[in-house]
Design a protein around this ligand. Structure first.
Ligand SMILES: *[C@@H]1O[C@H](CO)[C@@H](O)[C@H](O)[C@H]1NC(C)=O
Ligand SMILES: *[C@@H]1O[C@H](CO)[C@@H](O)[C@H](O)[C@H]1NC(C)=O
Ligand SMILES: *[C@@H]1O[C@H](CO)[C@@H](O)[C@H](O)[C@H]1NC(C)=O
Ligand SMILES: *[C@@H]1O[C@H](CO)[C@@H](O)[C@H](O)[C@H]1NC(C)=O
Ligand SMILES: *[C@@H]1O[C@H](CO)[C@@H](O)[C@H](O)[C@H]1NC(C)=O
Ligand SMILES: *[C@@H]1O[C@H](CO)[C@@H](O)[C@H](O)[C@H]1NC(C)=O
Ligand SMILES: *[C@@H]1O[C@H](CO)[C@@H](O)[C@H](O)[C@H]1NC(C)=O
Length: 480
């Protein structure tokens, strides 16, 4: 008893000391992610490296208050892939240089060079009209930087747009890039770096005239997989994969990594996380779910474990509302939630339940517009922040899966107004999809403890909300 009492007291002191620093329990694709200081995690079009048991995630700083074209490269660290410490700006803009605030510094990736004992940060380097199409390099003795600018250059005299980086098991590193959007340039290159990783030396493979971008490569130990997206600006499309036994080819034909019609769950490829655990190795696809050019800061991250088959060369992802990953064993766990079907709710105004072949229970509530409402009752809550996934149907954007819509640099979304137990509503963005495609959007919600909770859903300001299939209520956001 004595012992127990004192350890309870100790836990109390520890919690009081830690204060607001609560531990995330799940990876939640498509939610707003926060760092361990409680700030919105801003690391877009990123790259990730692991060293000494810690992952370092580099990405473009796109905070709402930072309006310059280039405002910096952020770096975060984590040992569990759930809780990320902000480690500052790996690279900050300096006026009058090739990395000034009015320049483009995109898709940063860092890699350690054993020969020079330096971390080398690579990025796409450009002017504001994307007329230079170069690559840039900065170095640091420390993974988190700050990195010291070294050079920008035209790789082998050519052009380079969206940038990716791959370090092979033998220590060679490769620059991955498209050669631009001009009519004469629709190729994607895999180019070997020099011994110091400060420039490129030799093209090892060219994907001719495929017009893809946002490349990244992973290696399973048997096969290489390269993921690339089509070119549709910030609009998502169907990310494709090719595989090969050798980086110099031959490469397989391309195939989609996600179910048709989902536009890769509304994401663009950026990097892959390789979790080598004691029981299994898990590869996580990491995509950017871009918002619009005007509110890039609200872009989200969608990370989903990949299903890879080296015999067939298949690489696919499935949707999961949330999951945990044990970085020691490599094991991923998908928790069960409690389903509340929309058709069991109470509707007012124009809203009504109708048949839906792709829906849970084959029913959906549609026409949630004007003063119409849908109310789901008797929802069981814990009294703590919980994840709730809203499964919806919004077929407003029945175009733009692949090519030919690069003018559409906006997203199409409906907005729902969600009120818990009559409280002030929060807005739920419901991005467009294709006919019959049901997407899921998470919201962090605090119910009362017990089974007396209600959720009322309407269109924001009388506009149309997406059709609602169901909601799924999961466990607490935090593990403590
Ligand atoms: C950089 O340039 C901007 C815009 O001209 C200016 O506001 C800012 O003060 C400059 N910063 C430094 C450190 O010179
Ligand atoms: C960017 O560089 C290209 C090539 O030098 C040039 O034609 C274009 O005018 C530049 N754009 C800006 C905004 O400086
Ligand atoms: C690298 O990190 C070490 C340990 O944190 C620190 O002492 C050193 O000053 C850093 N070096 C640079 C160049 O930032
Ligand atoms: C690589 O770095 C070493 C040591 O700094 C230097 O002597 C050498 O010239 C560099 N080689 C290249 C290809 O940059
Ligand atoms: C990969 O291709 C290169 C160039 O053709 C060749 O030198 C190398 O032996 C190949 N590696 C394997 C594992 O087949
Ligand atoms: C809801 O809107 C419809 C159509 O505009 C209107 O006829 C109806 O009176 C409204 N109902 C309420 C309760 O405001
Ligand atoms: C969840 O919501 C609570 C209450 O609004 C908020 O304080 C917290 O930052 C949110 N956490 C996450 C991870 O979204």
């Amino acid at each position: 008893m004595q012992l127990r009492a004192s350890s309870v007291a100790l836990v109390g002191i520890l919690l009081a000391t830690v204060g607001t620093c609560r531990k995330n329990r799940y990876i939640v694709p498509g939610a707003t992610w926060y760092d361990t200081d409680g700030a919105v995690l801003s690391a877009h079009a990123g790259g990730i490296v692991k060293t000494d048991g810690v992952w370092y995630w580099f990405g473009q700083n796109e905070r709402q208050e930072d309006t310059a074209l280039f405002s910096g490269i952020n770096v975060y660290s984590s040992s569990d892939l759930l809780n990320w410490d902000y480690r500052g700006r790996a690279l900050s803009p300096i006026n009058g240089t090739d990395f000034s605030p009015d320049r483009v510094v995109e898709r940063p990736k860092s890699v350690f060079n054993a020969a020079t004992q330096k971390w080398v940060l690579w990025f796409h380097s450009d002017n504001s009209s994307y007329g230079l199409l170069q690559q840039g390099v900065a170095t640091s003795p420390n993974v988190t930087g700050p990195y010291t600018f070294q050079d920008v250059f035209s790789p082998l005299g050519g052009t380079s747009q969206d940038f990716g980086l791959f370090q092979d098991a033998d220590g060679e590193s490769y620059a991955l890039y498209s050669n631009g959007d001009a009519d004469a340039a629709h190729d994607n290159l895999i180019t070997r770096m020099n011994a110091n990783y400060t420039n490129v030396e030799e093209v090892v493979y060219t994907f001719f005239d495929l017009d893809l971008e946002a490349p990244n490569i992973l290696y399973t130990g048997e096969r290489y997989y390269i993921l690339m997206s089509h070119k549709t600006g910030y609009r998502p499309n169907n990310v494709v994969v090719f595989s090969a036994e050798n980086l110099s080819g031959p490469w397989s034909i391309q195939s989609y990594i996600a179910p048709s019609g989902t536009r890769t769950f509304n994401t663009q490829s950026t990097m892959t996380i390789n979790v080598v655990g004691s029981h299994e190795t898990t590869f996580i696809y990491c995509g950017d779910q871009w918002s619009t050019a005007k509110d890039l800061y609200d872009s989200r991250y969608v990370w989903l474990p990949a299903d890879i088959n080296d015999h067939t060369g298949s690489f696919t992802i499935d949707w999961h509302d949330l999951y945990t990953i044990d970085t020691k064993t490599g094991k991923v766990t998908y928790p069960e939630g409690t389903v509340y079907e929309a058709e069991h709710g109470v509707v007012t105004g124009s809203a009504y339940a109708t048949i839906c072949p792709t829906c849970s229970g084959s029913k959906i509530v549609t026409a949630i517009t004007g003063n119409a409402t849908l109310t789901l009752n008797n929802i069981v809550g814990t009294g703590e922040p919980q994840w709730v996934s809203f499964y919806y149907h919004n077929p407003d954007g029945l175009f733009g899966d692949n090519r030919g819509v690069s003018g559409q640099s906006f997203i199409i979304a409906r907005f729902a107004s969600v009120s818990i137990n009559g409280a002030a509503p929060v807005t739920l963005r419901q991005r467009d999809g294709n006919a019959g495609i049901i997407f899921s959007q998470p919201l962090n919600v605090t119910f009362n403890r017990g089974g007396e909770n209600t959720i009322e859903i309407s269109g924001l300001n009388g506009g149309p909300a997406a059709d609602l299939d169901k909601i799924v209520v999961y466990g607490n956001v935090y593990s403590d």
